[in-house]
Design a protein around this ligand. Structure first.
Ligand SMILES: NC(=O)c1ccc[n+]([C@@H]2O[C@H](COP(=O)([O-])OP(=O)(O)OC[C@H]3O[C@@H](n4cnc5c(N)ncnc54)[C@H](OP(=O)(O)O)[C@@H]3O)[C@@H](O)[C@H]2O)c1
Length: 241
């Protein structure tokens, strides 16, 4: 069994949606641990602002903004090419970008359905497919998917979101089976959080009732990644008590 290790401070992470919310909390934790973190999404100003803030706080250039749209194959390939060219590798891929279009089952539009499924599911498939050859060649990698409580339970107001997040877990299980058979030293983790308060994210902020503080997501990520290479915390279900 391939068990190559690598200190986090030598690793390169790619976090989609890393400029805001949960992705930003992951980015801050990874960068504080010394990793180089490429954050990628559509809004350049948001990405740049986050990168500047985190880099300033750490006194080092650890966060690198990169514009892309996960619904466009061409931009996905360009993103991965850029990361490899600039940083040489991708050790951690965090599939965090995602959105919901609230439309009940009787009112779903094809546009709404496609937007959600293309962003939350098809885009993840495309990105994984682009990154996987590098991880397999390096015999090292961690892939972290951000599903949801709505990936395990159905909610009437967001059926397309539920379909995408259930689908993401199915894709992740098949991917885990694939990398296990390839004996590639790649782990696949899934987060299935309930409500996470991405508005009150200051360290001492009180989360809204029924929500968890976003720092719990980051702490859980760092814990999961720190486990031995032969250990996978498969599904991380985090709910407010
Ligand atoms: N907050 C919660 O309660 C909760 C609970 C369960 C699961 N989740 C999941 O957690 C993940 C992060 O959500 P969040 O709560 O942190 O909300 P958020 O701040 O809205 O994060 C979503 C991110 O996705 C990016 N994104 C959206 N469309 C994209 C596209 N086409 N291409 C590339 N990036 C795109 C956005 O950046 P741009 O707009 O710049 O593209 C944004 O940074 C999502 O997958 C969400 O479903 C959240």
């Amino acid at each position: 069994m391939s068990m190559k290790g690598k200190p986090i401070s030598n690793q390169v992470a790619l976090v989609t949606g890393g400029g805001t919310g949960i992705g930003r909390a992951f980015t801050e934790a990874l960068a504080a641990a010394g990793a180089r973190v490429v954050i990628a999404s559509r809004r350049e100003d948001v990405l740049r602002h986050t990168a500047e803030e985190v880099n300033l706080r750490l006194g080092a250039e650890r966060v690198f903004p990169c514009v892309f749209d996960i619904r466009e194959r061409r931009l996905i390939d360009a993103l991965v090419g850029q990361v490899i060219e600039r940083h040489g590798t991708v050790d951690i891929l965090i599939n965090n970008s995602g959105l919901a279009v609230p439309e009940t089952a009787d009112q779903i539009t094809e546009d709404g359905w496609d937007k959600v499924l293309d962003t939350n599911l098809r885009g993840v498939m495309q990105l994984v497919r682009a990154v996987l050859p590098f991880m397999i060649a390096n015999e090292f990698g961690d892939i972290v998917n951000i599903s949801s409580q709505a990936g395990k339970h159905g909610y009437a107001d967001v059926p397309s979101y539920c379909a995408s997040k259930f689908g993401l877990l199915g894709f992740a299980e098949a991917l885990r089976d694939h990398v296990r058979k390839a004996d590639a030293n790649i782990r696949v983790f899934n987060f299935c959080p309930g409500l996470v308060d991405v508005e009150n994210s200051a360290a001492d902020a009180q989360p809204k009732p029924g929500f968890i503080h976003v720092s719990n997501m980051a702490r859980t990520l760092m814990y999961a990644l720190s486990l031995d290479r032969d250990v996978v915390l498969e599904d991380l279900n985090l709910y407010a008590r």
